[in-house]
Structure formats: C-alpha cells, structure tokens
Design a protein around this ligand. Structure first.
Ligand code: SAM
Length: 207
C-alpha cells in the first residue's frame, strides 16, 4: 500500500467507526474559523475552499451566511458522504472533492483557502512542500489563507497519528513570502471528552 492509500485507509476507517461527536475535533459551531473568515469580509460569491473539511459544520455555517461558492476537500469519501447526507438538499450548493490534498490539482483559483487541523498531519518535507505549492498557486492575488494547526503547546498526535505542531512564529515562517501575515492567535479547543487542545490559527493575504 502506498503512502496516500494508507493515509486514506486510516481516515476512511475513522469516519466508518466514529460518530460525529466522538472525534476530538467535533465542534458544533466552528467559532474560531468563523471569526477568522468573517474578519476577511469576503463577497458572498467569493470562492471558498475548506481543506480537510471532513464532515465539519463549517460548510453548514457558511451556507447559512449565504456564501454561494463553496468547496470542501477531504481524503475520506466517508466523511464527504456523511456531510452530504446531513446537508440533504443543501449539499448540492457545495462542490465536493475527494482527494489527498498533496495530490490535489485545482481547476481554478480560490479567494479563501481554509484549513483547520489537516495541514498539521503532513509531517514529511516533501508532503509539506506539495501542499504549499498547491495552496500558493490555488489562491488568487489578494486572496486569503486561514490555517489552524495544533500549537507548540498542543497535542503531538491526533486520531492516533503524529502531527507537526506550529507556533504562530513557526507557521508564519512556513508560509511562502508571496503571502503577508495578517494575524495569529492561540486558541483552546475543548474536545467532547473535555480535554483542551491548544491551536495556532493564522491569517495571511496573498500579495
Ligand atoms: C482532524 S480532522 C479535522 C476536520 C475538520 N477540518 C474540522 O476542523 O472539524 C482532519 C481532516 O483532514 C482530513 N485529511 C487528513 N489528511 C488529509 C490529506 N492528506 N488530504 C486531505 N484531507 C486530509 C481527514 O480526513 C479529516 O477529515
């Protein structure tokens, strides 16, 4: 089994065996992401993609906020199927993409690239480079990047696999200089089991 196949198998199994509120990243209202997205003041028809969106409620909230050009990408077809089932008729308003982000070939550009807790699963310099190259070419000039990862004070693993932690300074240093850093925050997330996970959230603007 190659690298991508084994990652996919892991995530398909997670979404096959765990309920929505049994995963540590469960968040009925993804407040941090929404605050960052609202701060950008995008047009309602802005092209927005949620990378590693899984079956999170971010897309439901963005539909309620009347954004009309939404895409969700995830490596797991089970996660996407669950999100579609929950959204029922509204699922048709979203473009769903099943792909490993390191293998993603965007057909157009985006005004906002959002990622909460997917980027940090990339631990090899090769995968990180592929992600950053794709992200850089997929964001339109003056477009935004909002990234949320576990912080340097957060967990070292998520869903049983190693992650790469980022401080605000570290995340800032990892992003290509075609982007301007706008703001960074460390935010605690409380998991359904009550433990606290410290995240680094940063917002960048493409020059
Ligand atoms: C910790 S969950 C976070 C889900 C969602 N972003 C949230 O905040 O609720 C990580 C998600 O990233 C997806 N994922 C992990 N590695 C990925 C990759 N290489 N390409 C695309 N998606 C990936 C997983 O399937 C999972 O849905």
């Amino acid at each position: 089994m190659d690298h991508i196949e084994s990652k996919k198998k892991h995530w398909e199994n997670i979404y096959d065996t765990k309920k929505l509120n049994e995963v540590s990243w469960y968040q009925p209202v993804p407040e941090s992401s929404l605050n960052f997205i609202n701060s950008v003041e995008l047009a309602k028809d802005a092209r927005i993609i949620d990378i590693g969106g899984g079956d999170s409620f971010l897309v439901d909230n963005l539909i309620s906020l009347e954004y009309t050009n939404l895409s969700v990408l995830d490596i797991s077809s089970n996660a996407i199927a669950r999100a579609k089932q929950r959204l029922a008729d509204k699922a048709d308003e979203v473009k769903w993409i099943v792909s490993d982000v390191t293998d993603f070939k965007p057909s157009g550009t985006y005004d906002l690239w959002h990622d909460r807790a997917a980027f940090h699963f990339l631990t090899s310099s090769e995968d990180i480079k592929k992600y950053l190259n794709t992200m850089e070419s997929a964001i339109s000039p003056n477009g935004y990047l909002i990234l949320g990862t576990f912080s340097d004070k957060g967990p070292t693993k998520c869903s049983g696999i190693e992650i790469k932690q980022y401080s605000i300074k570290g995340l800032k240093a990892s992003i290509p200089d075609t982007f301007t850093f706008i703001e960074g925050k460390n935010i605690d997330h409380t998991t359904p089991s009550g433990s606290i996970q410290n995240f680094t959230f940063c917002k960048f603007k493409k020059k």
